[in-house]
Design a protein around this ligand. Structure first.
Ligand SMILES: [Fe+2]
Length: 305
């Protein structure tokens, strides 16, 4: 990894290849991404009423803050406008919507000063999404809803692009996580006991790279990068949107970033919907990513994933 492409005009095929090589892309706010962020901002501001959402943590007990943001997350995901706005972002970014599949967007909040770091405000430890059963060809799109600072950003840990980290992904199963872990996020206010894949050795967080852009900008990256939430010391709560895409060609050829240390079972591919009609990926394509049972009946990781 050696380059951050800023407002690059390369086509989607070239861009995906560079992303699979670990490069980062950052885009200035554009009409479609501004519209998506404005939509999220309206929902957030409506939920907080007279309070400034970026400052509300200073006026509310943490339980009340959680009570406001918890319903906001599913409301944003399921709002009829949300998916269309994401389709618009992909189209304006040069993706072929016939071949590009997206999952539902997440709305995240990272409060300042350790006010809320678990459950709905989970501050992500260093991880690769591929430890959580993301396919190697997944790409992550991350958009800040308000301007933010380096002190409230996310960090990439580029030395680990090529360097494996001993981690707990081999005991992570995506289907178990969906049926228990994710659903219970709102219950985790003071600490988070959900079993997540973590580094199992010391990780050097420096050198790290943080990209800072304006509200409505886009940071596009391969989530095979080791990345983490920067402990927010900016004094303001950060709100962001992220969603993921896969390209059908790369799914069927099992393309994408190199897999150096991810060994979960199950796949998140059933979450993705085609950019045109929101249909799901063909089951034959998903089957390429299912774990095959060993002769003992125990599921084993297929290294070719
Ligand atoms: Fe992540």
């Amino acid at each position: 990894m050696n380059t951050i492409y800023f407002d690059s005009a390369v086509n989607d095929d070239v861009r995906r290849q560079r992303l699979y090589d670990g490069q980062l892309f950052v885009f200035s706010p554009r009409p479609s991404s501004i519209a998506l962020c404005n939509h999220a901002r309206e929902m957030i501001e409506e939920a907080f009423g007279s309070l400034d959402p970026q400052e509300a943590q200073y006026s509310l007990p943490v339980e009340e803050y959680v009570a406001i943001v918890s319903p906001l997350k599913p409301k944003f995901i399921h709002h009829p406008k949300t998916k269309q706005l994401i389709q618009d972002v992909l189209e304006e970014s040069g993706c072929d919507l016939n071949l590009t599949y997206l999952d539902v967007p997440r709305l995240r909040m990272t409060t300042s000063g350790g006010y809320l770091t678990s459950g709905v405000g989970y501050a992500f430890h260093p991880h690769r999404d591929t430890w959580y059963s993301a396919p190697m060809c997944q790409l992550n799109w991350w958009l800040p809803i308000y301007d933010f600072e380096s002190e409230s950003s996310m960090a990439f840990h580029p030395r680990y692009w090529n360097e494996p980290v001993r981690n707990g992904s081999s005991s992570f199963n995506y289907y178990e996580w969906n049926s228990s872990g994710r659903k219970n996020a709102a219950q985790h206010i003071k600490n988070d006991t959900r079993k997540q894949p973590r580094p199992e050795e010391h990780v050097e967080l420096e050198p790290q790279i943080r990209a800072v852009c304006k509200a409505g900008g886009i940071i596009l990256f391969s989530p095979a990068h080791l990345h983490s939430t920067v402990p927010n010391t900016s004094g303001r709560t950060r709100y962001s949107i992220d969603f993921r895409t896969v390209h059908l060609d790369d799914v069927v050829t099992k393309g994408g970033a190199p897999n150096i240390d991810s060994a979960p079972t199950g796949t998140s591919l059933r979450d993705f919907m085609r950019g045109t009609d929101l249909s799901r990926l063909p089951e034959e394509a998903i089957a390429l990513y299912e774990d095959k049972p060993s002769t003992s009946g125990v599921f084993v990781f297929q290294p070719s994933l």
